[in-house]
Design a binder for this molecule. Structure first.
Ligand code: URA
Length: 283
């Protein structure tokens, strides 16, 4: 898969093995990937252990582009606050509220709601756009061809939806008919659910995939190409922008840029982990 992405690994270093390896033995991003994102420190990511929340033993000195304060991104609308009953729901109540939601017209055509999948205490949260046909049938995000590429990308970081370390959700929980773009009213109806999911997971890093997810979360109309390579914030959580896997399937050369984005996200996550290692925990 990494070869597909234009990436070369050092032999024998994958997943948990890479996590255990020393920095010198980490997999190496291809020169193409390293050149792809000026301003991004392109050293490849160490794989994130499945228990991604385990505190690091020592801080890792990293050079990561500074988080962009919200004003750096053109703001299309004021950020809503999470209000109403959704803001206090636990996982079980949130999932059942989504399953029964009839707040917009998408409920009429859905076969299943697509809530989210993965580790609910993950260090990473991946946010996509909306369910497609396969996801609507199965009730799980990213299960079609784009999902297979996403899984491969995550594997390269030592993460998997079943093995831990990552939680995957979409902006919309129901499939738009014919996979059309989500409408603003649909996003507005669904937004409290994703916000609450982010609050409950409380990840160290959010990876927003594709123009629609990126622009919805960051409340901007800037193109992805202008938002990549720096660290944004969503609800105080670092957010890195990348291309949607479905786009990558059609634009193979951009996989090198996606790899650079993963490297950046990995660095941010590692830095956050190192930063929280010495913090006292609540009694
Ligand atoms: N594309 C997305 O953005 N999400 C999915 O769940 C599937 C395809």
């Amino acid at each position: 898969m990494l070869a597909e992405m234009g990436i070369a690994w050092l032999p024998g270093l994958v997943g948990a093995q890479a996590a255990a390896a020393s920095a010198a033995a980490r997999p190496v991003a291809s020169p193409a990937a390293q050149a792809a994102a000026p301003g991004v420190v392109a050293s490849p990511p160490a794989a994130v252990p499945a228990a991604a929340r385990a505190p690091a033993s020592a801080p890792v000195p990293l050079s990561v582009p500074a988080a962009e304060p919200a004003p750096a991104v053109r703001t299309a609308a004021p950020e809503p606050t999470l209000a109403g009953p959704v803001a206090t729901l636990d996982w079980a109540s949130l999932a059942s509220t989504v399953a029964g939601c009839r707040a917009c017209g998408l409920c009429e055509g859905r076969r299943n709601t697509v809530f989210g999948v993965g580790d609910r205490q993950a260090g990473w949260m991946v946010v996509g756009e909306a369910p497609g046909e396969q996801e609507d049938l199965r009730g799980e995000p990213f299960v079609g061809p784009a999902g297979q590429l996403l899984d491969a990308m995550l594997r390269s970081l030592g993460l998997s939806r079943s093995g831990g370390g990552v939680y995957i959700a979409n902006v919309l929980k129901c499939r738009p008919p014919g996979n059309r773009n989500p409408e603003p009213a649909e996003v507005a109806s669904c937004e409290p659910f994703l916000r609450r999911q982010v609050e409950l997971v409380a990840p160290r890093i959010i990876l927003a995939l594709g123009r629609f997810a990126v622009q919805s979360l960051l409340r901007t109309d800037e193109p992805i190409g202008r938002l990549r390579g720096r660290v944004h914030q969503y609800q105080g959580i670092p957010l890195v922008v990348s291309y949607h896997p479905a786009y990558l399937l059609r634009n193979l050369p951009d996989k090198a840029k996606a790899w650079a984005d993963l490297c950046l996200a990995q660095q941010v996550a590692a830095q956050a982990q190192a930063g929280s290692a010495g913090r006292p925990t609540a009694a």
